[in-house]
Design a protein around this ligand. Structure first.
Ligand SMILES: Cc1cc2nc3c(=O)[nH]c(=O)nc-3n(C[C@H](O)[C@H](O)[C@H](O)COP(=O)(O)O)c2cc1C
Ligand code: SF4
Ligand code: SF4
Length: 248
């Protein structure tokens, strides 16, 4: 069983590749959040998450801390653009009663476009040079039930606990950072796809109705008119990105 979170398709693509190679079903974490049963059982279970602020998206952290996994082989995959930080350590801390048997990472386009520039295929390619090789290696190692005890590349968890995750939770996740411009055509896609239902359409324009969201930037990257931007003024120049191999 492959369990994943994905906003812009990178993790969805890794989940797809693994599920095709292993003949395993995929489970999308946002689809689980409102269901009663949080127990997952299979011979092998893989959890795939993007790295957010050197840690985990808030929804993934919540899911891992509430779910239980019954399996002979539990593996955790972080996709990332610059470093996985302490995402593996955070997954290990969040999961109760079961040790992670192997940690994997796959470098993909960095969708944190308030900083990173994905405005041309050449700029995207700088992140994705080794993506296919790393996915192939991941599949091979999972098939062979490879074991290790930490995620690479990484930074000390203390740095993440002290700086990166408090910043993500206190400032970055605030929906007041997101705004819509006049090019919006009122299609409602952003409202339909938001994994935490943080957007409502009012007078044919998106309005953020929750103070905090996951800040997955899915609404920004998926908008057909690129009408949604993040507050620091850089996202328009840095372009939109969704993984070309899957539908998001
Ligand atoms: C809010 C946010 C924070 C991020 N923080 C990091 C980070 O700390 N390190 C990193 O390497 N990539 C970071 N990224 C990039 C994503 O982890 C990466 O692009 C991932 O593959 C996206 O997965 P998805 O397309 O399945 O949503 C961040 C992206 C977002 C939206
Ligand atoms: S997806 Fe874009 S164009 Fe469609 S309603 Fe949302 S902001 Fe407007
Ligand atoms: S409002 Fe946008 S950034 Fe926030 S969770 Fe929803 S889709 Fe993601």
């Amino acid at each position: 069983m492959i369990i994943y979170f994905s906003a812009t398709g990178n993790c969805k693509y890794v989940a797809k590749r693994l599920s095709e190679a292993m003949g395993q079903e995929t489970v999308f974490i946002p689809d689980c959040m409102n269901r009663d049963g949080w127990a997952f059982e299979d011979e092998a279970i893989g959890i795939i998450s993007p790295t957010y602020f050197w840690g985990l998206p808030s929804m993934v952290k919540e899911f891992l801390s509430r779910a239980s996994f019954h399996t002979d082989y539990l593996f955790f995959v972080s996709t990332y653009g610059t470093t996985t930080g302490a995402s593996g350590k955070m997954a290990d801390r969040a999961i109760r009663g079961k040790k992670i048997d192997a940690y994997y990472s796959v470098r993909m386009a960095d969708t944190w476009t308030p900083i990173f520039d994905l405005s041309t295929p050449e700029k995207v390619a700088k992140f994705t040079e080794k993506t296919e090789e790393e996915i192939g290696d991941l599949i091979e190692k999972v098939r062979n039930r490879y074991h290790n005890d930490r995620m690479s590349p990484g930074v000390p968890a203390a740095v993440v606990d002290l700086i990166a995750q408090p910043m993500y939770n206190a400032f970055v996740r605030k929906t007041s950072n997101l705004h819509v411009d006049d090019s919006c055509i009122g299609c409602g896609l952003c409202e339909r796809k938001c994994p935490v239902k943080a957007i409502e359409m009012r007078n044919k324009k998106p309005v953020w109705v929750r103070e905090k969201c996951v800040m997955c930037l899915g609404c920004l990257h998926r908008c057909p008119k690129f009408a949604i931007q993040y507050g620091n003024g850089m996202t328009k120049a840095h372009g939109q990105f969704t993984n070309p191999n899957v539908k998001v």
